[in-house]
Design a protein around this ligand. Structure first.
Ligand SMILES: Nc1ncnc2c1ncn2[C@@H]1O[C@H](COP(=O)(O)OP(=O)(O)OP(=O)(O)O)[C@@H](O)[C@H]1O
Ligand SMILES: [Mg+2]
Length: 210
């Protein structure tokens, strides 16, 4: 299967330095310690699965990694260097993209607008990269997931599974080196889930961390 023009990422597969990591991360919500001194590395060219029962802290860890949540203690590392991510925009600039368990789409915007949200047109040597090219990529990514839908349809009119596809396409379209997906197959059928996993393996082989 041909991956639609996703730009190659800089880091070689299986680099020795983790693309991302956390050291001693602790997160406390009122009355509950969700993460207690967690240390873990995420390598380029690898898919990592975080497994745990309900309430174990999986989503919390992913939110720390994507800058959605600032930990009470501990450090975040990007390419081996200490970093702080102040919010999702900082994460996108750092090449980190996340699909949240609770979907995060703008209901009134179209499929295409949601996929491309937060991505201003890029400029190469002063020339704006064609927006319609980005639309094409959005369409191609959705098609690869087996989700062919009208790019101009409002997200409020979509089924939950189609919303999930839009979220995943948005994550993939970001060209991030670090892709974080929180229970992305939860609302997908078996066939759709296996298509997604196939696509993720492809992205891994390009040197991303998933
Ligand atoms: N915003 C919040 N405010 C207060 N407590 C929270 C908040 N978010 C999560 N928690 C609590 O923190 C703990 C970890 O939650 P988290 O959502 O990270 O778990 P999870 O492993 O993703 O669970 P699930 O499998 O249900 O998605 C749980 O006890 C949860 O109730
Ligand atoms: Mg969760």
């Amino acid at each position: 299967m041909e991956l639609p023009s996703v730009k190659p990422v800089g880091a070689p597969a299986r680099a020795t330095l983790p693309l991302m990591g956390v050291r001693g991360v602790t997160v406390e919500y009122p009355g509950v310690r969700a993460l207690d001194n967690v240390t873990v590395d995420f390598m380029a060219g690898e898919i990592h699965a975080i497994v745990g029962e309900n309430g174990a802290g999986k989503s919390t860890l992913m939110k720390v990694l994507s800058g959605a949540l600032t930990p009470n203690a501990g450090e975040l590392l990007r390419n081996g260097e200490l970093t702080t991510l102040r919010g999702p925009r900082a994460a996108i600039r750092a090449g980190i993209s996340m699909v949240h368990q609770e979907l995060n789409l703008v209901a009134t915007l179209s499929v295409a607008e949601n996929v491309l949200l937060g991505r201003e047109p890029t400029f190469l040597a002063g020339i704006a990269v064609d927006r319609s090219q980005q639309r094409e990529r959005a369409r191609a990514l959705l098609a690869m997931l087996g989700a062919e839908m009208d790019l101009d349809r409002a997200v409020s009119e979509l089924s939950i599974a189609d919303c999930q596809y839009v979220e995943i396409a948005k994550c993939l379209a970001s060209e991030a080196q670090v892709l974080i997906l929180d229970e992305p197959t939860a609302v997908l059928g078996e066939h759709e889930a296996s298509k997604l996993l196939q696509l993720l393996r492809r992205l891994r082989d390009e040197g991303r961390a998933v």
